[in-house]
Design a protein around this ligand. Structure first.
Ligand code: 1GP
Length: 313
């Protein structure tokens, strides 16, 4: 089995005719699913390989365009071994763009050319298949940069992304955000899931006032030990590829970021929240493996762009 078997959701380097035919057999996909997906997929042509400073462009294996050799290794069941690597395994910096927020083509061109390792498309509200597919197509036109979808709604799954981040909210009260939506996605899209281009983000939501906290019904941890226990759960018990400290909208506690990083032996640590410029990005990247910048793109683009270099200092 090779990547073509997963042609239904985003074939790297562009769709091939056979993949299109396969997709049209996707009984659970609506005509809109197919149309938006194919439209986005066609724009993949020319996006070969990661482009970021720490990304795969350096060795040509960045996980985008062509899967790294390690991803070709599969278990006896045919499912790729998880945790050994993933499409974003070398990312140090990512921008997060919300399909529900306006952004100009000029801004997209600057973001694509910024040197970031990748763009994550995702948001906590107002995300639809239409606005997700449209943003993907616009990013593809803006320049060659890796683009991943953070799947936050089953109604907004779009083929054509280079990779898929799957949130699993460790401090959610709602089973749907832990395994419920995931099971439903597998039931609906299972035969078309690009397993080797998917990575679970074990979210720990830490800003109680964020939309993410409200939507995912997050319980705030009582103290740092609660957070460290969740990090251990993701890292040592579940062996997930990422722990994501999500402070969305507010700058977090860097000492806690440091402590979580020191606890992890396997999972990469992602940090996101309230990074307004290079100083905060540099501080976060001192501990986090992957630093994510979202809101700043919409408030002060130049300062947001300056975070790319800051994380590699
Ligand atoms: C949001 O963690 C990201 O999911 C980034 O947060 O928007 O606050 O930068 P900001």
């Amino acid at each position: 089995m090779d990547g073509a078997d997963f042609g239904g959701i985003g074939q790297p380097g562009g769709f091939r005719e056979r993949d299109k035919a396969d997709n049209h057999r996707a009984g659970d996909m609506t005509p809109d699913d197919r149309e938006s997906g194919f439209a986005a997929g066609r724009n993949l042509a020319g996006n070969e390989g990661g482009t970021g400073p720490a990304g795969a462009a350096a060795d040509g294996l960045g996980g985008f365009g062509r899967p790294p050799a390690v991803l070709a290794q599969r278990s006896a069941s045919g499912v790729p071994d998880s945790g050994s690597a993933d499409f974003a395994g070398r990312w140090r910096h990512a921008f997060k763009l919300d399909p529900d927020r306006p952004v100009t083509d000029e801004a997209l061109r600057k973001i694509a050319a910024s040197g970031t390792d990748g763009i994550i498309v995702g948001g906590s509200s107002g995300v639809t298949q239409a606005n997700t597919a449209e943003l993907l197509a616009r990013i593809r036109r803006a320049g060659p940069v890796a683009v991943a979808l953070e799947v936050s709604s089953l109604e907004a799954v779009v083929p054509g992304f280079d990779g898929y981040f799957i949130p699993l909210v460790l401090n959610s009260r709602n089973r749907d955000f832990i395994i419920g939506h995931h099971l439903e996605a597998i039931r609906r899209f299972g035969p078309f899931m690009p397993w080797d281009r998917m990575a679970v983000l074990a979210y720990i939501i830490l800003n109680p006032d964020s939309t993410a906290a409200r939507v995912a019904e997050a319980d705030m941890p009582g103290d740092a030990n609660d957070v460290l226990a969740m990090a251990d759960l993701a890292d040592k018990l579940l062996k997930l590829p990422y722990v994501y400290l999500e402070y969305s909208g507010t700058y977090g506690d860097m000492d806690l970021v440091r402590r979580v990083k020191n606890r992890l032996v396997r999972s990469r640590l992602a940090y996101g929240g309230g990074i307004a410029g290079p100083e905060q990005a540099e501080a976060a990247a001192r501990h986090a493996d992957l630093t994510v910048v979202g809101n700043a793109l919409y408030h002060d683009l130049d300062r947001a762009l300056a975070t790319v270099r800051a994380v590699s200092r």
